[in-house]
Design a protein around this ligand. Structure first.
Ligand code: HEC
Ligand code: HEC
Ligand code: HEC
Ligand code: HEC
Length: 170
C-alpha cells in the first residue's frame, strides 16, 4: 500500500511540474491594432493611432503589392507575390491574421494577448508577459542589411519620423 501511495505521489508531483513548466513557456498571441486603439486613439490620448497611421509602417503590407516590390522579387529570383512570400512578410507585418495592418503596434511593442490589460498598472508583470517597453532597441530587427532595399539606418534621424506620445503636444 505504502509503495503504491508513494508511486502515486511521484506521479502527481511530476504531472504538476509539467503543468508548471508549460505555464512558464507561455506563448503570447497577436490581437491586432483594434484592441490597442480602444485606449490609444484620439487627441486626449495623444493621437497615437492617428500618428502611426501617417507612418510608412502602416503601409508596409500594401508596399509588398506594388510594382516596386515585384521588381525586388524579380531581382532576387523569387516566384509569386511578395504579399504571400514568408521572407518578405517576416519584416512587413506582425502576423498573417493582421497582415493588412503592416508594421502595427505589436510589431514593436510585442504580441498583446497577455499584457493588454496589465501594462498600464504593473510594468514588470507586463514585460514578463511579452510587453516591449523600449522598442527603440528593436528597430534593427527589421532595419538591417537583410532588407533587400536597405540603405542604412540611423536611429537619431529616423526615430522622430515615427515618434508618438500619450500626452498631447502642447
Ligand atoms: C484598456 C485600455 C488599454 C488597452 C486595451 C491598451 N492600452 Fe496601452 N496603455 C493604457 C494606459 C492607461 C497606459 C498608461 C498611460 C499612457 O501612457 O497612455 C498605457 C500605456 C502604454 C504604453 C506606454 C507604457 C510606458 O510606461 O511607457 C505602451 C507602449 C502601450 N500602452 C501599448 C499598448 C499596445 C501595443 C496595446 C495593444 C496590444 C495597448 N497598449 C492596449 C491603456 C491601454
Ligand atoms: C517589424 C519590422 C520593423 C520594425 C521593428 C521597425 N520597422 Fe521601420 N520599417 C519597416 C518596414 C517594412 C518599412 C517600409 C514600409 C514601407 O515603405 O511600406 C519601414 C519604414 C520605416 C521608416 C520610413 C523610411 C522611409 O523610407 O521614409 C522609418 C522612419 C522607420 N521605419 C523607422 C523605424 C524605427 C525608428 C523603428 C524602431 C523604433 C522601426 N522603424 C522599427 C519595418 C520595421
Ligand atoms: C516602429 C515601432 C513602433 C510602432 C509601430 C509603435 N510604437 Fe509605440 N513606441 C515605440 C517607441 C520606440 C516608443 C518609445 C519608447 C521609449 O521611450 O524608449 C514608443 C512609445 C509608445 C507609448 C508611450 C508614449 C509616451 O507617452 O511616452 C505608447 C502609449 C505607445 N508607444 C503605443 C503605441 C501604439 C498604440 C501603437 C500602434 C498604434 C504603437 N505604439 C506603434 C515604437 C513603436
Ligand atoms: C529584414 C527585414 C526585411 C525583409 C526580409 C524584407 N523587407 Fe522590405 N523593407 C524593410 C525595411 C526596414 C524597409 C524600409 C527601409 C529599407 O528600405 O531598408 C523596407 C522597404 C521595402 C520597400 C520600399 C522600398 C523603399 O525604398 O522604401 C519595398 C518595395 C520592399 N521593402 C520589398 C520587399 C520585398 C519584395 C521583400 C521580400 C523579397 C522584402 N521587402 C523583405 C525590411 C525588410
Amino acid at each position: 500500500m505504502k509503495t503504491i501511495l508513494s508511486i502515486l505521489l511521484v506521479v502527481i508531483v511530476l504531472a504538476m511540474s509539467i503543468i508548471a513548466f508549460a505555464e512558464n513557456e507561455k506563448s503570447f498571441t497577436y490581437i491586432g491594432n483594434s484592441k490597442c486603439v480602444m485606449c490609444h486613439k484620439g487627441a486626449a490620448k495623444g493621437n497615437i493611432y492617428e500618428d502611426w497611421q501617417k507612418t510608412k509602417h502602416a503601409n508596409a503590407f500594401a508596399t509588398l503589392g506594388t510594382e516596386e516590390a515585384a521588381a525586388v522579387m524579380k531581382k532576387l529570383g523569387r516566384e509569386g507575390s511578395a504579399q504571400e512570400d514568408k521572407e518578405c512578410l517576416s519584416c512587413h507585418i506582425s502576423s498573417t491574421e493582421f497582415k493588412t495592418e503592416g508594421v502595427n503596434c505589436e510589431s514593436c511593442h510585442g504580441p498583446g494577448s497577455a499584457y493588454k490589460t496589465t501594462h498600464s498598472k504593473d510594468k514588470k508583470l507586463a514585460i514578463e508577459n511579452g510587453f516591449v517597453e523600449k522598442p527603440k532597441e528593436h528597430c534593427v530587427v527589421c532595419h538591417n542589411e537583410k532588407s533587400p532595399t536597405f540603405k542604412g539606418f540611423n536611429l537619431d534621424e529616423w526615430y522622430p519620423k515615427i515618434e508618438h506620445h500619450s500626452k498631447p503636444k502642447q
